[in-house]
Design a protein around this ligand. Sequence first.
Ligand SMILES: [Zn+2]
Length: 123
Amino acid sequence: MSDPATDRQNLRAEKQKAAKARWARHAEAKADWQSMPLDEAKQHLAEMRADIELGAHIIQQRIGQETPVPHCVICNTEIKGLPAQTVPIRDHTTGLYTNEFYCSAECVVRKNQRQSGVLSLAR
Ligand SMILES: [Zn+2]
């Protein structure tokens, strides 16, 4: 009898192995976009898109599993449900995003006051 958790781990490992193999092929083909036959280029693009969607799905799952419980940027309250507001912040050096979370409308107002209200003028 198979263990569902082991089956999921094996499936994930197989998917990751297949994704690595596909990316290796993509890396080899990286410089060929201009010269490779159009049908082949379209197939590579479709495979890359599928890999990116798979990667995005897996990363989103991992973020949910591996990221600690978020805290409000303003009052440092632990946010257990949906935050009142989530603001994605892009690191222009790496291109990666992090999120700032706000627990309540009051903290969102405080953030807005700090950024663009009277309090921002006091800095
Ligand atoms: Zn707060």
